[in-house]
Design a protein around this ligand. Structure first.
Ligand code: PEP
Ligand code: MG
Length: 608
């Protein structure tokens, strides 16, 4: 047990008090990643249990924070009660004592007083108070020159993780106490957290880190909620409960706005709604250039329920279904039946129109790291996407079975992500053949001629596109990854965001050669990275020969309006001119002028 002296010592080393001053309005500049303006109260979230950030709450929320701490202490103690019982039953008394000790830490009055004191005096969030008190207690134990004490420090850290985990998992409870719409503020948000926002009252988010094409940003665009990333210190400047305005068009977050700021953004928000209404008028029109060339416009989705938005916005079908979001929304490995039901729903919603399903793109920033004992040192270059699936054939085949079974209900295509060698494509196709044979033997219906394509997302695949074209039915160019691997810039790192450029001549050359290789082998090629929905690149991509674009559904109307004003002869001329430029700035300036010439409104409210 812990003696009073140790606890007293712990209290002594607890941090000094913070001065609480009135806090004026503040404007934070970041990266505009999802357009629109939102008004709400701040909910601050920590991204990991390992790194609990210093966060404070507004004075009127201090009492609620104390209640939250109390609930977490109780629920963690209950979990430990069960653990004590189950450990005793399975392993005997001795091991069960470890968890009894953990429980006693959480019931220690002095520690609880310390946590409560920090919340009351400094207005810190409960997880910070809990983490601080237990971390300091662990440090004190480590400093005692007695091995018995030192070894207890690890137990205290274990308890800290458990309690902080309970507090962080209880964001729903915190949401409930905030009235009206909520803006999530975090250092970083994982795609899993972003997927969770989907079902909550969240109207916007602002993060310290993150870039334009991080998966979290993509998800914000898909949900149509304004977002600003790369805010650097939003989590320090914002307190839970603060009133916020998020301007996802200019990348600004207004903290504690005054009346003037509120009035200004109310007018801006009205303007955006008007513009959106005007744009939607084009949704029902045909996607055809002035000189009669058809451009197919498709939508990217994460969940089947987004498919109606594609049609409402004038898209013709699904160009990219990011199936891994089933993992992210449930936080666990789905069963074959769960996969199957989601895919049948996608087939049903698509009603015979194009539907391209991508096999699991887990790894890197999505899902796997959070479930690994030892996270990868370099996850974006690690066991992600098709590599992960080939390494875990059981997981891969479960998904492939569900996809083939869903094909019995309507047309669909299958594509593999992040393929970097022809051998990977062959292995993936072999698994698909195995699964087809199994279904055949079991007498389960499926479509026998499902088209199988690949995403071109790494330079090795782009350079070898002609070889791949002989073995794939179609290509889909994933520029979000292709850019990061070509220019060696992490797509989610705000510190190098200015180097992450779709207009880099090296990226454009790769895109050009992939389109050419596909044409040479008479296979279809589309582009489904965020670049497809950026009007700045529409003329250029059409000029390079691209005829299928797949994008976030909300971007469809502005791209369609631009397409209807374009002339392919002119696009080809522009593409030739761009081919002679050596710097991305030159490309951007030139494309901006040419785009405005066709549609002066095309770039209004766009993210560059
Ligand atoms: C891409 O990399 O361009 C792509 C569409 O895939 P994701 O954004 O899901 O990585
Ligand atoms: Mg990708």
């Amino acid at each position: 047990m812990i003696d009073a002296q140790t606890v007293a010592l712990t209290r002594f080393v607890a941090g000094s008090q913070r001065l609480i001053l009135p806090r004026p309005m503040h404007a934070i500049r970041g990266i505009a990643v999802s357009p629109g303006i939102a008004f709400g109260r701040a909910l601050t979230l920590s991204s990991t249990v390992d790194n609990v950030e210093f966060r404070t709450v507004a004075p009127d929320l201090v009492a609620a924070e104390l209640v939250r701490l109390q609930h977490a202490l109780e629920s963690t103690c209950q979990d430990l009660d069960q653990l004590v019982e189950s450990t005793r039953a399975r392993l005997g008394d001795e091991p069960a004592k470890i968890f009894e000790f953990h429980r006693s830490i959480l019931r220690d009055e002095s520690l609880i007083r310390m946590m409560r004191g920090d919340i009351q005096r400094e207005h810190v969030v409960a997880e910070y108070a809990a983490s601080e008190a237990l971390q300091k207690f662990a440090a004190t134990l480590r400093a005692v020159e007695d091995e018995a004490f030192q070894s207890k420090a690890a137990d205290v850290v274990d308890v800290e993780r458990r309690l902080v985990g309970a507090l962080m998992g209880a964001s729903d409870e915190r949401l409930k106490r905030l009235e009206g719409p909520v803006v999530v503020v975090a250092h970083e948000l994982t795609p899993t957290q972003a997927a969770e926002l989907h079902r909550l009252r969240v109207v916007a988010f602002a993060t310290d880190g993150g870039g334009l094409t991080s998966h979290t940003s993509i998800f914000a665009r898909a949900l149509g909620i304004p977002a600003v990333t790369g805010c650097t210190n939003a989590t320090e400047l914002v307190e839970e409960g603060d009133e916020l305005i998020v301007d996802g068009d200019t990348g600004t977050v207004i903290v504690r706005p005054n009346d003037e700021a509120r009035a200004h953004y109310a007018v801006e928000s009205g303007r955006i709604a008007e513009r959106r209404k005007a744009l939607l008028a084009v949704a029902g029109e045909e996607s055809i250039t002035r000189d009669g060339v058809r451009i197919e416009l498709l939508g990217n989705i994460e969940l089947p329920e987004e498919i109606p938005f594609i049609f409402e916005n004038g898209g013709e079908g699904v160009g990219l279904y990011r199936t891994e979001y089933l993992y992210l929304t449930t936080g666990r490995t789905p069963t074959e039946q769960e996969h199957y039901e989601a895919y049948v729903e996608a087939v049903r919603q698509s009603a015979g129109r194009p539907l391209t399903m991508r096999t699991l793109d887990l790894g890197a920033d999505k899902y796997t790291q959070e479930h690994l004992e030892e996270p990868e040192r370099n996850p974006f270059l690690g066991l992600r996407s098709i590599r992960f699936c080939l390494d875990r054939p059981a997981i891969f085949k479960t998904q492939l079975r569900a996809m083939l079974r869903a094909s019995a209900h309507g047309p669909l295509k299958i594509m593999f992500p992040l393929v970097s060698t022809v051998m990977e494509l062959r292995q993936a196709k072999m698994h698909l053949r195995d699964v087809a044979e199994e279904l055949e033997e079991e007498g389960i219906p499926f479509q026998r001629d499902v088209a199988v394509g690949i995403m071109i997302e790494v330079p090795s695949a782009a350079i070898m596109a002609r070889s791949f074209a002989g073995e794939a039915d179609f290509f889909s160019i994933g520029t979000n990854d292709l850019i990061q691997y070509t220019v060696a810039v992490d797509r989610g790192n705000e510190k190098v965001a200015s180097l992450y450029s779709p207009a880099h001549p090296a990226v454009l050359q790769l895109i050009k050669s992939v389109i050419k290789a596909a044409k040479h082998s008479s296979i279809d090629v589309s582009l489904c990275g965020e670049m497809a929905g950026d009007p700045l690149f529409t003329i250029l991509l059409a000029g390079l020969g691209l005829r299928t674009f797949s994008m976030s559904p909300s971007q469809l109307p502005s791209i369609k309006r631009l397409v209807r004003g374009m002339d392919i002869g002119h696009c080809e001329w522009v593409a030739r001119r761009v081919g002679s430029f050596e710097a991305d700035r030159q490309v951007i300036n030139y494309l901006r002028d040419e785009t405005r010439r066709i549609d002066p409104e095309a770039l209004v409210g766009q993210l560059h």
